[in-house]
Design a protein around this ligand. Structure first.
Ligand code: FES
Ligand code: FES
Length: 182
């Protein structure tokens, strides 16, 4: 099979690789670049575990060919933290216990990053709709929603929590205000 040379910037680093045109982006990320934070849960575009950002837009990398990323920018979960400081969405999942086994978490966070980029003050319904393409078999989603609300709060969308009318308790709101750096 003929090989194609691609240049893809991943988490700010430029990579030039010779790959088969049939190689999926998720396999390029995991097996060629050895960035295994991006998971494979189904390979059929159902679970969202493989979600990454492609030019800032969330995509399921099991349904994108790596050659389609040529000349473009990819962000994976490894690219969220900066200088050892967690991204607010990572902090939210930690503070609100938004994970159990953690398998869905990288994809869930990458999806949430785009969601908050487009809508910094999402209601609970908007969050649930926004992550509806990402499946979690463990949590029941309640704490994932809280984690995303936490990140929205931390990133400056304080009204998100207050406007959502979603059963977030006063204790949770107090928790937001008392959390160091929140
Ligand atoms: S592995 Fe891509 S959607 Fe499940
Ligand atoms: S935390 Fe286990 S699948 Fe979501």
């Amino acid at each position: 099979m003929s090989m194609h040379e691609v240049n893809v910037t991943v988490n700010g680093t430029s990579y030039t690789e010779s790959i088969e045109p049939r190689l999926l982006l998720v396999h390029f990320i995991r097996e060629v670049l050895d960035l295994t934070g991006t998971h494979i849960g189904c390979d059929t575009s159902n679970c969202g575990a493989c979600t990454v950002l492609l030019d800032g837009r969330s995509v399921k990398s099991c349904t994108v060919f790596a050659v389609q990323a040529d000349g473009r920018e990819v962000t994976t979960v490894e690219g969220l933290a900066e200088g050892g400081v967690l991204h607010p969405i990572q902090e939210g999942f930690k503070e609100k216990h938004g994970l159990q086994c953690g398998f869905c978490t990288p994809g869930m966070m990458m999806r949430a990053v785009e969601l908050l980029e487009k809508n910094p003050r999402p209601t609970e319904d908007e969050i649930r709709w926004g992550i509806s393409g990402n499946l979690c078999r463990c949590t029941g989603y309640v704490n994932i929603v809280k984690a995303i609300q936490y990140a929205a709060d931390k990133m400056g969308g304080e009204e998100a929590v207050e406007m959502s009318g979603n059963g977030v308790s006063e204790a949770d709101l107090a928790d937001h205000q008392l959390t160091p750096g929140a």
